[in-house]
Write a protein that binds this ligand. Sequence first.
Ligand code: F3S
Length: 642
Amino acid sequence: MGLNLAQKIIKNHLVSGEMVTGSEISIRIDQTLTQDSTGTMAYLQFEAIGIPRVKTKKSVAYIDHNTLQAGFENADDHKYIQTVASKHGVYFSKPGNGICHQVQLERFGAPGMTLLGSDSHTPTGGGIGMLAIGAGGLDVAVAMGGGPYYLTMPKVCKVELKGKLNPWSAAKDIILEVLRVLSVKGGVGKVIEYAGEGIKTLTVPERATITNMGAELGATTSIFPSDDVTHEFLRAQGRAADWVELLPDADANYDEHIVIDLAALEPMAAKPHSPDNVEKISTIGKIKVDQVAIGSCTNSSYMDMMKVAAILKGKTVNPNVSLVIAPGSKQVLTMLAQNGALADMVSAGARILESACGPCIGMGQAPCTDAVSLRTFNRNFEGRSGTTSARVYLVSPEVAAASALTGVLTDPRELGEAPKIEMPEEFVINDNLVVAPAPEGNDVEVVRGPNIKPFPVNKALSDKVSGKALIKVGDNITTDHIMPSNAKLLPFRSNVPYLAEFCLTPCDPEFPARAKENGGGFIIGGSNYGQGSSREHAALAPLQLGIKGVIAKSFARIHMANLINSGIVPMTFENEADYDTIDMNDELTIENAIDQVKKADTVIVRNLTKNREIKVKVSLSDRQVQMILAGGLLNFTKVNNG
Ligand code: F3S
């Protein structure tokens, strides 16, 4: 039986384990990326591991999230990352160079390679045929040190694209359709592999929009073949030498198979407050729009921006709409400036933001109270925009631009003929915002400003784990709930003690105080607990507060890995109905915890308050068991490195 794409790359990089679905494997990592909001922690952890020089083929540290410098904190982080990167052999992409995933695609990514990034949208690299996976910063630190990355051998779901998109339908509509069909949980434990005749009609930036937002499916990653289209993109980036052809075998086997007819798709939106709450624009109706934000790692490519500019050209943004546009990289912005498209946007009344995450990560542009905000981004969780009452709709750049002109949610087909934008023959290449690391052996002083604080490290698991149920939350709690990310908190990503004061406060403002008062305890969660970003601060902040275990109906993949990395025991209810039997402040205890965890199966939790026992599952690999026993990945790595 032949291999699919994902299996081919995994096979080429396999370090341990068998390629049997559901079993733990480890793979060699060729490239890593970090962004600043997870990067400070990743490099602090890398330093703690004690390896002098990264062992990957290429590692890049980006500054794209916390680019606002309202105080010294972000600037301190940037300086720390720049100097620590230089010292240890990591390329540094300065603020202004662009969003990590966009720049990685343009300048560094290569088909057939593995990429591990401390950002959940790292799968963007699947657009050029990389196996690109998002992970916590500590996993990335270990990979930089030459350690393999451990994951569960995924199922591979083939998404066969048939036909061709109609004018005004976009790559965004393809991934929204996949989200509608599979839901935000539908990709868990899977690689989504795109195939079929339809893929030939999609450019690399369009493919990258799809693989980027595959993160919202909960998938391990998404991937497209590396074909002539990929070759052409890399050639236009001056990187033809990085191209290799990568196609699935003709007789490749897949675990699942979905077919999407591109010609049947029409412009869609993900309605508040979930990326899978998808409906056609034509049936949602003409709701009034207050803000339109175009950009993010999902839709900020040159092609996206050129379509937006063409729609805006010669027109004026509706007086009731604030339109902001953030081109994804310096390369994109330079090209728009050179060919006049930037002038078309500005003349129409758009506000141009720097090439960074910006409003996507809450760095400015919070909409007004009760606003409807149309965004070309990938997430619309409640409050992520910075305004709790705002309703965010995720749309294509075409829908966004059309609606910015009319002031109401608009099906762009009403505008008449769609603009035809060609891929450029050559992209403008100027990497002068990328700083190469200092040569090995050079003495580089790592600069640590006062915002760089030590991070919490767990202790080895004790034999009796006990404490109160300190909070009980519902389903689909996101990492934004667990560790809110906004312009006020982002500058403190290297200061976990301060951040912990805000842990889970969107669910319960008293939680941090209660946790500290009780010396730690347990979190009780619903299903898909920890969905959303890769931020390991959603595990580090609970660790800082003394959280020992999380009992949930189910976990999102990266968050569960981050909990294990922090030595916090993730447990799932064997019988989900037991969720209803635990109330806040119930005293819970696990006797013989070491033996029970070692069995990595059913664990008995006694609810002393209710005088009853419940069974929970601790589904861990042998290695994960060792990590929990050691008190997290850092302790485990140190022990194993002698
Ligand atoms: Fe940045 Fe938003 Fe992407 S925060 S990396 S643009 S999801």
